[in-house]
Design a protein. Structure first.
Length: 249
């Protein structure tokens, strides 16, 4: 197989650091996808919890997937560093970066690939599609809905509104490799800005197609804010661009 060229193959990359409590659910959501074929690449970024053992056990039950690979890094190098380490393992025409504490709806891959194929007939620059989500608490209970925003290139300069598990053309990701490993905050915004600067555009699906976990260790800090707001009685849908940082500091 050629890197990034296997037609119709979906590559899912899960970078993980100390999310042993959640990653089995993320892997199960990939295994349970209605789409086929799928390859799954998991990178553990120097975890100090039980992540490696949890990942190995979860992958043992993923024999329905086209291909599975697990990389365990000895040192923590950050999310973008972990992604860089795995990019040459991605063989699919399409790819998803799935955070280890989140999970996908079973039809996520099938729906998003259908949308990107249909959209490219009208605009060959369509490089990624993304959706709304359901916010869940640490234990997996649904809190409420999180909304993204219709694609706007100029707006992306001001707000981070494209979620991490957006499905993209793998070549759009490979074009910006390697990513800046010194960036530890706003990693996804950095990625999407660079992809859009290369001429690709996105499309928003205004339906909740994945589950976004709120807890006190979310890299973006969104979990602490949402949990605090809910505990204070503020409930209702949230526009996620108001919670995701755009600064790399």
């Amino acid at each position: 197989m050629m890197n990034g060229n296997s037609q119709n193959l979906l590559s899912v990359l899960i970078p993980n650091h100390n999310y042993g409590a959640f990653i089995a659910e993320a892997i199960a959501s990939v295994r349970d996808q209605s789409y086929s074929p799928i390859e799954l690449v998991v990178v553990d970024d120097g975890s100090t919890d039980d992540s490696v053992a949890v990942i190995e056990a979860a992958l043992a039950g993923a024999d329905n997937l086209y291909r599975v690979e697990f990389m365990a890094l000895k040192e923590n190098i950050g999310k973008l560093g972990a992604m860089n380490a795995a990019l040459d393992k991605l063989c699919g025409e399409y790819c998803i970066i799935l955070d280890a504490d989140d999970r996908l709806e079973p039809g996520y891959g099938e729906r998003c690939i259908a949308e990107i194929k249909a959209g490219q007939k009208e605009d060959p620059r369509l490089g990624f599609v993304y959706s709304d989500c359901l916010l869940m608490d640490k234990g997996g209970a649904i809190i409420e809905r999180g909304r993204s925003t219709p694609f706007d290139k100029d707006l992306l300069q001001q707000y981070s509104y494209v979620p991490e598990p957006a499905l993209m053309m793998t070549r759009a990701l490979l074009e910006i490799a390697p990513m800046d490993e010194t960036i530890r905050v706003a990693t996804k915004h950095h990625k999407w800005l660079r992809i859009v600067e290369n001429g690709w555009v996105g499309k928003h699906i205004a339906e909740p197609l994945f589950y976004y976990r709120m807890h006190d260790r979310n890299l973006s800090g969104i979990g602490k804010r949402v949990i605090t707001e809910v505990e204070a009685g503020r409930r209702g849908e949230r526009i996620l661009s108001g919670y995701w940082p755009t600064s790399y500091a």
